[in-house]
Design a protein around this ligand. Structure first.
Ligand SMILES: O=C1O[C@H](COP(=O)(O)O)[C@@H](O)[C@H](O)[C@H]1O
Length: 247
């Protein structure tokens, strides 16, 4: 699944660059997101991408010191960032808990929102009342076994955040408890949202999210792209979908 998704992502990036010069991606952490990043470094078409014109943002971060092995950024660096010729000025990790905002996750989230807003002002995005973030070509989300996406957990007030594009998340049910996350309005402003789910422990969540109506209880159900919402599942994660949906 990771190899197939990497091939699709290379195509999406090449198409975005052909159409607009730059490609803007939002990365996800977690097992499925990291497997995709590792596969991307070996994807057959990777040399067709102008990596210096790929802008990278993160959908969420575990609010830990820089370089902590549990940070999504650290894991992305190990799996991918150091293996492709990116322009460091276009790589935008979320702040760490030993950065200028200390352990204030709300201040760190506000700083990341400001960085997104500045990028939107420079490159277009956030027009006509849309959230002030750049127009993301593909926003990746790993599906948690409890249907969380980014760091938006079922029943957590962060899921209901409408005014901000980035929020601090306190008391998350999955460690670490303090996190930073894009909000649903920011996620929904992406052209395409790709949801990744591999493994048996994602089967219940995938079936539930595809049937659910209420993002507060089932955050993955609220993650949609403006042009496309793509669910990418392996056989184990698709096992509980209705037969018609499995094709
Ligand atoms: O903690 C997180 O979990 C989700 C899902 O991770 P997985 O290991 O169950 O695939 C991930 O998408 C998110 O970025 C991360 O911070």
């Amino acid at each position: 699944m990771a190899r197939a998704t990497a091939a699709g992502l290379v195509t999406a990036v090449v198409e975005a660059q052909a159409a607009r010069g730059d490609a803007r991606l939002v990365l996800t952490g977690g097992r499925n997101g990291n497997a995709l990043l590792a596969a991307l470094t070996r994807a057959p078409g990777r040399d067709g991408v102008d990596w210096s014109r790929v802008e990278l943002w993160w959908g969420d971060e575990r609010f830990l010191p820089d370089g902590d092995p549990d940070r999504n950024h650290t894991q992305a660096r190990e799996a991918f960032l150091d293996a492709v010729p990116l322009d460091p000025a276009r790589v935008h990790p979320m702040p760490a808990s030993d950065g200028p905002h200390g352990d204030d996750a709300a201040a760190a989230a506000a700083a990341y929102a400001a960085e997104l807003a500045a990028a939107a002002d420079a490159a277009g995005g956030g027009e006509g009342g849309a959230p002030r973030v750049p127009v993301f070509d593909v926003l990746l989300l790993g599906l948690g076994p409890d249907t969380h996406v980014a760091s938006l957990f079922p029943g957590h007030p962060a899921v209901r955040e409408e005014a901000r594009t980035v929020t601090g998340v306190l008391e998350a049910p999955k460690p670490p408890p303090t996190r930073i996350s894009l909000t649903l309005p920011a996620i929904r402003s992406a052209r395409e949202v790709w949801l990744l789910a591999a493994g048996e422990d994602k089967a219940e969540a995938a079936a539930g999210a595809l049937a659910a109506q209420d993002p507060f209880e089932t955050p993955a159900a609220g993650a949609r792209g403006r042009e496309r919402t793509l669910w990418i599942l392996d056989e184990a994660a698709a096992a509980r979908l209705p037969a018609a949906a499995r094709g």
